[in-house]
Design a protein around this ligand. Structure first.
Ligand SMILES: [Zn+2]
Length: 211
């Protein structure tokens, strides 16, 4: 776990404040955020809106969805598998954040991967395009398996776009994931603005993990 004495719940709340402060939340404020707290469990937001979060609105759940501590809203219960799939597929992951950040969600709706062409992404450890997981019903096995497969296949990406939905970002701590999410949203906005100028250009060959 992260060094220091801060509790996972405080780290998650601080991370969500970073997202709000950076202006990367969608107008609804939809979010779910988690931190790994054991081999098979995580602390997870029990409500789905950032403006509702307090230290009391988190629950500890196993990767199989069993609530160990606190209470989970029924609709939040459906997204346990999505978070668990990332923890199971990427051992280094300590935190997972899901939002509908507007520019990233534009890529998700278009089912378009977000290319890695922005210097700031490299500084956050991204070394490939952000892949798109095809849409499947929320909470379904097809959806959870799709997320796990994409995370495994794209080892140089620290995020996946959820087709027709939003984005899932992961990192070595809640703060690392939040800062990466802010940078990704910035990259998505810049990619879209660059279209008016003929489109963003690729980084030189050899810069990224996949060429
Ligand atoms: Zn969502």
């Amino acid at each position: 776990m992260t060094a220091g004495t801060s509790r996972p719940v405080d780290e998650l709340l601080t991370a969500t404040e970073v997202l709000v402060g950076a202006g990367v939340m969608s107008p609804t404020g939809h979010i779910n955020a988690s931190a790994r707290t054991g081999d098979d469990r995580m602390l997870l937001t029990s409500l789905g809106l950032v403006q509702e979060l307090t230290p009391e609105t988190f629950a500890t759940v196993t990767f199989d969805g069993e609530v160990v501590d606190g209470q989970l809203d029924a609709s939040t219960g459906e997204i346990v598998g999505m978070h668990a799939a990332v923890y199971r597929s990427r051992a280094a992951t300590q935190s997972v954040l899901h939002t509908h950040s507007p520019h990233l969600t534009a890529f998700a709706l278009a089912n378009q991967p977000l290319a890695c062409r922005y210097e700031a992404l490299l500084r956050r450890g991204q070394r490939s395009a952000v892949p798109v997981v095809p849409w499947a019903p929320r909470g379904s096995a097809a959806f959870t398996e799709g997320v796990g497969r994409a995370v495994e296949r794209h080892a140089a990406s620290w995020a996946v776009l959820l087709g027709n939905h939003g984005v899932l970002v992961f990192g070595s701590s809640p703060m690392a994931a939040a800062k990466f999410l802010v940078t990704l949203e910035e990259a998505a906005a810049a990619e879209l603005r660059a279209l008016a100028l003929g489109g963003a250009r690729d980084l030189p060959p050899g810069t990224l993990a996949d060429g």
